[in-house]
Design a protein around this ligand. Structure first.
Ligand code: ADP
Ligand code: MG
Length: 700
């Protein structure tokens, strides 16, 4: 059966090869299906009419009824235009055409009743409408679609060739007319009945030609649901599939090391959130299925400790673990804190980074291969093929969004027979709705509680005029023994201007505080220099660190309790939150000062106000998603999922997404391979949808 929606767009009446080429190039519309799934971005209610006397230039559009009393051609050559004086019983305005002057002049009729639709503007004190839509009463009667006008995004190139929104709408109506009875229903009847959805054909008809708002709402719901449901079904089916195909190691024992650490070595009580997550992990690793878990927790919530205790579980069951961090300094920090936690337990922990010497490397390699070393911590150096484990059972990945998908996949292959369990830790809080889509095949744990005794960071927004006050405050804090970060934006590390600002900032700070040592770190320094600068700060030799966002991820200096962010309006919300997370690690009250100029956009203002209002990473992530849209969020690009949603909006349609996921889960629980007759449409739909860019089944 040649499927109706698969036909080449050039065969749609009115399109033809030239316009087909343009549609393909500008909007990626190649088939009937591509076109009908190209949805309007807005609708205008054309049941409303305006009086000319109430029209002003700020109105987005107007619809008026009246007559043309006079017309005149002005100018010559390409400057030629046609103007017409249009009257109703309240007044008059001007209609203007720059294009198709001759044609308009021949076809427009004086003193005939017209309906005029368009965007009013002001030109030397008078209101006019440029290139209005003109319809006679009879035309309007013939075309009962005109209640809500649908608008489509078109490109400049399309407009140049007169391929306007209105023509796209005409194509849509032609297509729907032709397609009556030929558009295959994609969802099975049991879902449609259960959720009282309108049929696909109806939904597609209404979306391009709505007659009232209730119908439109129902059509949009149906299409949004379908879009999100198919994604969820796909992701969850892959997950089922993976769990069936790959076995996982079973860590059945909670053994000697785990218990000894918990009872005798752990210097504090676990938070309830940490306990809850450990239980979830325990359940995962105890059922012969590979664990793929994403551990989300705000900076400082104690994820590393959870990872450590999971490593002890592996150890008690005879397996090795590794932890991979995105930078050398982070790897070192993990190595230090884990070694400290475990000191006296008789467990061998190793560190492998790019700067590990060849001689040390050899020793490490041998210890790993022979199983004398139980835990390895490192950077992506530990992905290299020369690193061979005797029996790797667990891979922990810190700060997930810094790693590419391919790097993660490589770690999987470090154990031949059965892939190790995977725990991914991230401090970038991902809103639930997004996590359900991007990481839909991972199980997600959340640590939503900070260890007790932490004082919430106080955040303030200062304009430039309070710089003196800021310096006084910094002086005070340093007299109390605290250390300070001052961060400058360096969006791309090669921007010369930014580097100059940073160096200028460094100079000013050094002058303002002549008695203290000021350090500097930025992305263009050599790794060893960076390392050195960070170490000096960590050891308290430098009291102020002037830096770029290179300090963003994970570095722990408990004595640093003040974070100043310069030109804060230039940072994204999640980045501001990450930076703020560098302070507030010790027992002292910590501060974050956001410096900005007076002239900032409304959006920047909202971002800064959000930072001042809340410390909650998830709330911040939600606001961020609403301001920026999900496709733009840090982490989603590398995830490999294109956010090519046509109608659903992850920021706004969380409820529908949840419903879609629940329904998908229900169906797969009863029919994991979609073999039942009642789900046949679904199998067809899944097979027909384009494959995502990478093979989900092989990735953590
Ligand atoms: P994250 O990796 O989530 O940013 P860490 O695991 O580095 O957080 O923990 C931050 C700090 O809090 C560390 O110094 C750690 O030892 C400490 N910590 C972790 N869990 C607890 C707890 N339950 N009670 C007190 N302190 C804790
Ligand atoms: Mg951390």
């Amino acid at each position: 059966m040649a499927v109706f929606l698969d036909q080449d767009i050039k065969f749609l009446p009115g399109v033809g090869p030239k316009r087909a080429e343009l549609l393909a190039k500008e909007l990626k519309i190649k088939t009937f299906g591509d076109l009908v799934y190209y949805f309007p971005y807005k609708y205008i209610d054309r049941t409303k009419f305006h009086k000319i006397s109430e029209v002003h230039a700020q109105m987005p559009y107007i619809q008026i009824k009246g007559k043309i009393r006079s017309m005149e051609t002005v100018g010559t050559g390409h400057k030629q235009r046609l103007t017409a004086r249009f009257y109703d019983d309240s007044g008059s305005l001007e209609l203007v055409w720059f294009q198709g002057v001759k044609w308009q002049k021949e076809h427009l009729v004086l003193n005939k009743d017209y309906i005029v639709f368009g965007k009013p503007s002001e030109f030397s004190g008078h209101i006019n409408v440029v290139h209005p839509d003109m319809e006679t009463e009879e035309e309007k009667q013939l075309k009962p679609s005109g209640l809500f006008q649908a608008f489509y995004v078109t490109s400049e190139n399309m407009k140049k060739k007169y391929l306007h929104s209105k023509i796209i709408n005409k194509f849509q109506l032609t297509l729907i007319q032709l397609g009556k009875g030929k558009i295959r229903e994609t969802l099975p009847a049991h879902i449609i009945n259960r959720l009282k959805l309108v049929s696909l054909e109806e939904a597609l008809t209404i979306i391009h030609k709505p007659e009232n708002t209730t119908d439109l709402r129902n059509a949009r719901f149906r299409l949004k649901f379908e879009e999100l449901f198919i994604i969820q079904l796909k992701i969850l089916a892959l997950k089922h599939n993976r769990e069936n195909k790959f076995k996982g190691f079973r860590f059945a024992e909670v053994g000697f090391s785990f218990n000894k650490f918990y009872n005798d070595f752990l210097p504090f009580e676990l938070t309830n959130a940490q306990k809850k997550v450990l239980k979830e992990i325990r359940r995962d690793v105890n059922r012969n299925v590979q664990m793929n878990r994403l551990l989300q927790g705000d900076v400082g919530s104690g994820k590393t400790l959870v990872a450590l205790m999971t490593m002890l579980l592996a150890l008690d069951n005879g397996y090795q673990s590794c932890l991979m961090a995105p930078t050398e300094i982070l790897a070192q920090q993990h190595f230090q804190s884990i070694s400290n936690f475990l000191s006296g337990m008789g467990i061998k922990v190793g560190l492998l980074t790019g700067s590990t010497k060849t001689k040390e490397r050899k020793v490490l390699h041998k210890a790993l291969e022979e199983g004398q070393m139980q835990i390895l911590i490192g950077t992506h150096a530990l992905i290299e093929d020369t690193v061979v484990f005797q029996n790797l059972g667990l891979v922990v990945i810190d700060e997930q969004h810094r790693f590419g998908v391919a790097q993660r996949a490589k770690l999987w292959q470090k154990n031949d027979l059965i892939p190790p369990h995977v725990l991914v830790m991230t401090a970038t809080p991902i809103p639930r709705t997004l996590a359900m889509t991007v990481y839909g095949d991972l199980d997600v744990s959340v640590i939503d509680e900070l260890p007790p005794g932490r004082k919430p960071i106080e955040t303030h927004h200062f304009f430039e005029n309070r710089r003196k006050q800021l310096n006084n405050f910094l002086q005070q804090q340093m007299e109390k023994g605290r250390q300070i970060y001052i961060v400058y934006p360096l969006i791309t590390e090669s921007e010369k201007m930014d580097l100059k600002n940073l160096e200028e900032g460094f100079r000013q700070i050094s002058e303002a505080f002549p008695d203290v040592k000021v350090g500097m770190v930025h992305g263009r320094m050599k790794p060893a220099e960076k390392e050195n600068a960070m170490q000096q700060f960590k050891q308290g030799e430098t009291r102020i660190m002037v830096a770029t966002t290179v300090i963003e991820v994970g570095v722990d200096v408990p004595n640093a309790s003040v974070m100043v962010i310069e030109s804060a309006e230039r940072f994204g919300l999640s980045q501001l939150h990450q930076l703020r997370g560098r302070v507030g690690r010790g027992a002292e009250q910590s501060y974050c000062i956001l410096m900005s100029s007076y002239k900032i956009s409304t959006e920047s203002r909202k971002r800064l106000a959000t930072m001042v209002r809340t410390n909650d990473g998830f709330e911040i992530a939600e606001v961020d998603m609403k301001l920026r849209g999900p496709g733009d969020l840090e982490g989603t690009q590398q995830s490999g999922v294109g956010f090519d949603l046509k109608i659903a909006n992850l920021g706004k349609d969380g409820e529908i997404l949840k419903l879609a996921r629940d329904v998908a889960q229900d169906i797969l629980a009863g029919d994991p391979f979609l073999q039942k007759e009642e789900n046949r449409e679904l199998l067809t739909t899944l097979k027909a949808t384009k494959h995502t860019e990478f093979d989900w089944s092989s990735i953590s």
